[in-house]
Write a protein that binds this ligand. Sequence first.
Ligand SMILES: [Zn+2]
Length: 97
Amino acid sequence: MATDYDAPRKTEDDSESIEALKERVPDKLSGAVDVEDADNPSGFELPGADLSDLELDVVVLPAQEDEFTCIECFLVKHRTQIHHENAIGAVCVECAA
Ligand SMILES: [Zn+2]
């Protein structure tokens, strides 16, 4: 394997392949952009794409154990800012004021 890699023929082949790649790259890039543009608004059906990033952008994480979502302003705040709780949920001190 190593002896074949050091052969001078390989160097010539590499330079040729690089030129060939340069011609192919624009096509690949434009195709990828088209796919992303088409799939982003339609949903999460594209496999192997930036699914994790999309989920981070879209999904709102639930309140942590020491946090709550105010039912008046819908902001997630620390539990120390709960003014009172009722059957629906908690109201922050700012909304209760
Ligand atoms: Zn509030």
